[in-house]
Ligand binder design. Structure first.
Ligand code: IMP
Ligand code: MG
Length: 179
């Protein structure tokens, strides 16, 4: 995919993201003081958010990465594939799942069910972005950076067919002009 073929509109600037991530770090630190939480970052999309978030968390914690693939292009894939398991490390832990973006919520729901089965003591979810109009579950997300409409975004770790993870700002992919 050549980036030249993509029509992108700026959506969230680096500075706005940084300010919100700092606030989120403070909220997480407040909630998880004294419990040494296990943060589980969902690769690949959440890797940049995770690296900024943990530098704004000032309580002791452990960090693991997992990898779940659920998307092809801009449409939800029919299968969810566990590529990097975290079994054996979650029993009895206060776990916080770190997501870049929650759309239908199926990926997060899959991970929550899995962590429950592995006997996590508690399970929380933080997501930089959330699409409430697409969300299919009752589970209330613990921390959300920005609620956004039903748009497809990329940048700040999030990709469109592997393009755009390195962009410092977050952009809307304008599908009408590209497809
Ligand atoms: P869900 O299972 O529908 O909640 O989708 C979760 C995953 O789909 C996210 O962690 C992203 O990897 C991907 N995804 C959903 N919406 C977008 C988007 O607008 N841009 C890029 N990736 C997205
Ligand atoms: Mg993701």
């Amino acid at each position: 995919m050549s980036p030249k073929n993509l029509n992108l509109d700026i959506y969230l600037r680096e500075i706005e993201i940084a300010e919100r991530v700092q606030e989120l770090g403070e909220e997480v630190s407040e909630k998880y003081q004294d419990v040494n939480p296990l943060l589980i970052s969902v690769l690949s999309g959440a890797f940049i958010f995770t690296s900024d978030l943990i530098r704004n968390i000032d309580v002791p914690h452990d960090l693991l990465f997992t990898k779940i693939k659920s998307y092809e292009g801009t449409h939800p894939g029919s299968t969810i594939d566990f590529q990097l398991p975290v079994d054996g490390q979650v029993k009895g832990r206060d776990v916080l799942i770190i997501e870049d973006i929650i759309d239908t919520g199926r990926t997060a729901d899959f991970l929550i069910s899995h962590l429950r089965a592995k006997q996590a003591k508690s399970i929380g979810v933080i997501s930089l972005l959330w699409k409430p109009s697409k969300y299919e579950f009752d589970y209330k997300l613990d921390f959300v950076g920005f609620s956004i409409p039903d748009i497809f975004v990329l940048g700040y770790g999030m990709d469109y067919n592997e393009y755009g993870r390195n962009l410092k700002d977050i952009y809307i992919l304008n599908q009408h002009k590209n497809q």
